[in-house]
Design a protein around this ligand. Structure first.
Ligand SMILES: [Zn+2]
Length: 186
């Protein structure tokens, strides 16, 4: 846990964060209710989340092993003011993921394209937390989502419990190239 908190302290001291007591419902209006963005709320107050002010971030280009031209994510649009520390004081998913990847020396990640905003957020945090360029450390594949016959995401969260599976746009040859690369098959 101490690695997570050290990373959060670093983010806080770099001036990229603000403290925010707003509820999900209040944030759904698109505005902060307590002058959070102006730094009016103490980081040490009870029941506040620590968030990144995403307004000034440039769009982030994500290199990808399959999609050669990569992906571009506007974080302010995709994940406005994402949290790095939850209201209960625990680290949020994005910084925890960056710290874990460093601790476990992860160098390849495959995830769905629905998680592109997470990759973008982690790229920003990696630099700010002093872990360097995420894309020099990790190669990414963002695969299309596997969908059911109705085109909806095939997942338990979407209430799906069985196939059939169709709808991926990646060609088998691309997967074969990728696996060959990963396994270092000549
Ligand atoms: Zn707020």
């Amino acid at each position: 846990m101490k690695d997570y908190f050290a990373a959060l302290d670093k983010l806080r001291s770099n001036g990229h964060l603000f403290a925010c007591p707003c509820s999900r419902k209040e944030l759904a209006t698109g505005k902060h209710k307590y002058s959070c963005l102006q730094g009016k709320v103490s980081f040490d107050a009870e029941n506040v989340a620590w968030r990144v002010n995403t307004r000034d971030l440039e769009p982030i280009t994500i290199p990808d092993l399959i999609q050669r031209e990569g992906f571009t994510v506007d974080l302010h649009q995709a994940m406005p003011d994402f949290a790095v520390r939850r209201k209960d004081g625990r680290p949020a998913y994005q910084p925890a993921c960056v710290v874990d990847d460093v601790l476990f020396s992860i160098n390849t990640v495959g995830r769905g394209q629905d998680l592109l905003p997470s990759t973008a957020a982690q790229a920003v945090l990696s630099k700010w937390m002093g872990f360097g360029d995420l894309f020099e450390r990790i190669s990414f594949v963002h695969h299309p989502l596997v969908t059911g016959t109705d085109g909806a995401k095939l997942s338990k969260s979407a209430g799906k419990t069985e196939g059939p599976i169709i709808g991926t746009s990646v060609q088998p040859a691309d997967f074969s190239d990728l696996l060959t690369g990963w396994l270092a098959i000549p």
